[in-house]
Design a protein around this ligand. Structure first.
Ligand SMILES: [Zn+2]
Length: 352
């Protein structure tokens, strides 16, 4: 949790939409909040009043995971919140299940196109076909190579082959590609796509200058820090550097910008939050250096208690492992740590 949260300004206080209802945040933009069955227990979705080819309706940003409870909440939104108008398009910020899970269902039901980055579209499609998706033998090997030794945890990772497809059973067969710098018109206002890396393959945030609103997705969260992980399919990634460079792309936006985050409450104080996230990761990097300095060569698993004080379940342990490796890799790419692979196949990082 962000201990410096009070430095941010929440214009709506503790007000938030009830399940199945919406709340206007800016004229023509409405907030939907849906429950998630994880430690991160909710996601924010956005409804933007729109008109496409002379047809009035709504653009949806993000979808929630595929499950009955979320569909039922959507049904209530359709019945009571759309002013009798249709959903015209579905924009997905990135391929994580809580964002894209119900895209196929929404697009099919409303005959609406999916707008998403090409990278995230294709990774989502591959993952729905069970080739990867945060589990299986490759993921277990990756975690083991970074020091995760608990046989029960590794067995669970190995068995988790349908993890993604359970929450994202399918994605539409066609999409419209979102690219960094691209402008789209939503409800007569111009929105600019801002790509971001380090959290998802190619996350797209949307910025509207006229309304001074940023739909930040998972790249700009007020309360928790965005998960930044190295995954088994790209084991040499420098995800943390990509993330830090990406959030700096929001710095040119005006200070009064209202950020609509995918988790937590709408807030002002974008530049404060960018600085807080840099500080947060700088402190974590210092803790990793300190551990390597005082305790000798460290694995990713060795760093879990250094970086995370709370107790972690399996779901959180896999995220935490990815995040620990992301910190080690940044220090390794920066030349502050060197990496050796032991005869046990485990990577250990030591002061350079
Ligand atoms: Zn995400």
């Amino acid at each position: 949790m962000n201990a410096l949260e009070s430095q941010l300004h929440y214009p709506f206080g503790d007000q938030m939409p009830e399940p199945g209802k919406t709340m206007e945040v800016v004229p023509g933009m409405r907030w939907i909040r849906m429950a998630l069955p994880f430690a991160l227990d909710h996601i924010n979705l956005w409804l933007l009043r729109d008109e496409i080819d002379g047809r009035a309706g709504w653009t949806v940003v993000d979808c929630c995971i595929a499950r009955g409870e979320a569909k039922a909440q959507w049904e209530e939104v359709f019945a009571t919140q759309l002013q009798g108008l249709p959903i015209l398009r579905v924009i997905v910020t990135h391929m994580h299940p809580d964002h894209i899970g119900l895209a196929h269902w929404l697009c099919t039901r409303w005959n609406a196109p999916l707008w998403i980055s090409a990278t995230d579209y294709h990774v989502a499609r591959l993952n729905t076909q069970g080739t990867s998706g945060n589990g299986g033998e490759a993921a277990a090997n990756f975690f083991r190579s970074h020091g995760l030794a608990d046989p029960a945890a590794l067995e669970q990772v190995r068995g988790r082959t349908n993890y993604y497809a359970d929450m994202v059973p399918d994605v539409p067969r066609q999409y419209i590609r979102l690219l960094d710098g691209m402008h789209l018109s939503i409800g007569g206002r111009a929105w600019r796509c801002i790509s971001g890396y380090g959290h998802a393959p190619e996350h797209i945030a949307l910025y509207c200058e006229e309304a001074a609103v940023l739909v930040g997705g998972d790249m700009m969260l007020p309360r928790i820090s965005t998960n930044v992980s190295v995954y088994d399919n790209e084991p040499e990634a420098n995800a943390l550097q990509l993330f830090l460079d990406s959030i700096d792309k929001f710095r040119p936006l005006p200070p009064e910008t209202l950020t609509l985050p995918a988790h937590g409450k709408p807030f002002r104080g974008l530049h404060t939050r960018i600085d807080q996230l840099h500080d947060h990761h700088r402190q974590h990097l210092e803790r990793v250096m300190e551990a390597c300095r005082t305790l000798g060569p460290r694995t990713g698993a060795d760093l879990l208690p250094v970086l995370f004080t709370r107790k972690l379940d399996l779901h959180q342990t896999t995220f935490a492992m990815g995040e620990a490796v992301a910190h080690l890799h940044k220090l390794w790419f920066d030349g502050q740590l060197q990496r050796r692979r032991g005869e046990d196949g485990v990577y250990r990082f030591a002061l350079a």
